[in-house]
Write a protein that binds this ligand. Structure first.
Ligand SMILES: NC(=O)c1ccc[n+]([C@@H]2O[C@H](COP(=O)([O-])OP(=O)(O)OC[C@H]3O[C@@H](n4cnc5c(N)ncnc54)[C@H](OP(=O)(O)O)[C@@H]3O)[C@@H](O)[C@H]2O)c1
Length: 279
């Protein structure tokens, strides 16, 4: 099976989010027709009766599960969505998964079992976790990040690279069907070093304070995060940040034939856009 990109319609779930937004941009730049699918377009993971209208007539889909891919219920939802897509003739599916997280494997296996022409993109921590999402307000308002990452090193990946890898995989015919592509950034940094680079780029001193996953969970609970979500996050962070992920992965180089974007470039660009401007 080969797809002519110019005639390809791709459903992009999570299109208003970090990776989906970049997948949509990269897909449009490559000449694909993008069909955005988040709740604003009537597509809701919590309501399977909304799925068919979004999928029908498309050639491919980028599947992003909105909460943690290792969370309870994720594998069932991903499997059900993939089966529905295949049943409607949308066989080419690319799933975003998480690097070094045992609980993410169930969703990947559900995709494999769906009969789809699948590709899994396993990603390291996003650089954009610091600029889009819950961490950014904390950094911007208090000048400090409190996080359960100790001194562990992580190769933060730029979500623009994820978008480009997904689109390259979608438009490469069968080349990446049945494959798992693991992507990371090009450099290992502790969370403290990442925050310091952001501070340098933003022109203000920003600090990082390590706490234990349990303390972090207690803080989240204090902000009203439901107990089962807190437990899932504490478990995920404990595993993801225990040192097993302190290595680089070469998926960006393999698929795009170039180095991944560096964290310093991300920090400079986001700082120039005013992301961490103090109040
Ligand atoms: N953060 C990381 O470092 C990292 C690393 C590896 C993997 N991941 C995985 O990345 C995934 C999240 O991707 P992301 O960061 O690109 O997403 P995101 O920025 O958190 O955005 C979530 C997207 O999902 C949509 N959404 C939320 N609830 C929905 C629902 N009930 N039905 C349909 N759409 C819904 C949102 O749009 P609306 O609110 O408009 O519906 C939004 O477009 C998770 O599965 C996570 O495990 C994250």
């Amino acid at each position: 099976m080969t797809h002519d990109a110019k005639n390809m319609t791709v459903v992009v779930t999570g299109a208003s989010g970090r990776t989906g937004g970049r997948v949509a941009q990269a897909a449009e730049a490559a000449g694909l027709t993008v069909r955005a699918a988040s709740r604003a377009q009537g597509f809701d993971y919590a309501n399977p009766s909304t799925w068919a209208d979004v999928l029908r007539g498309a050639d491919a889909a980028y599947v992003v599960y909105p909460s943690d891919i290792g969370a309870p219920g994720a594998a069932e939802a991903v499997g059900a969505l993939a089966r529905e897509a295949v049943g409607l003739g949308v066989r080419r599916l690319v799933l975003l998964s998480s690097r070094g997280q045992d609980r993410a494997r169930a969703a990947e296996e559900a995709l494999h079992a769906s009969g789809a022409d699948w590709t899994v993109v396993r990603a390291s921590w996003f650089a954009q976790n610091f600029s889009e999402g819950p961490l950014v307000e904390e950094l911007r308002l208090s000048g400090a990040l409190v996080f359960p990452a100790g001194e562990v090193r992580e190769p933060f990946v730029d979500v623009r690279d994820i978008g480009e890898v997904v689109v390259a995989a979608l438009t490469a015919g069968d080349r990446y069907v049945g494959q798992t592509i693991t992507v990371s950034g090009p450099r290992l940094l502790t969370f403290g070093e990442a925050v310091a680079e952001i501070g340098e780029a933003a022109g203000r001193p920003l600090t990082y304070r390590a706490v234990s996953p349990r303390q972090y969970g207690d803080n989240l609970a204090g902000f009203g995060v439901p107990p089962e979500e807190v437990e899932a996050l504490v478990e995920a962070f404990t595993q993801l940040l225990d040192g097993r992920n302190a290595h680089l992965s070469d998926g960006v180089q393999q698929v795009l034939g170039r180095e991944p974007r560096d964290f310093r470039q991300f920090a400079r660009e986001a700082a120039a856009a005013g992301t961490w401007k103090g109040v």
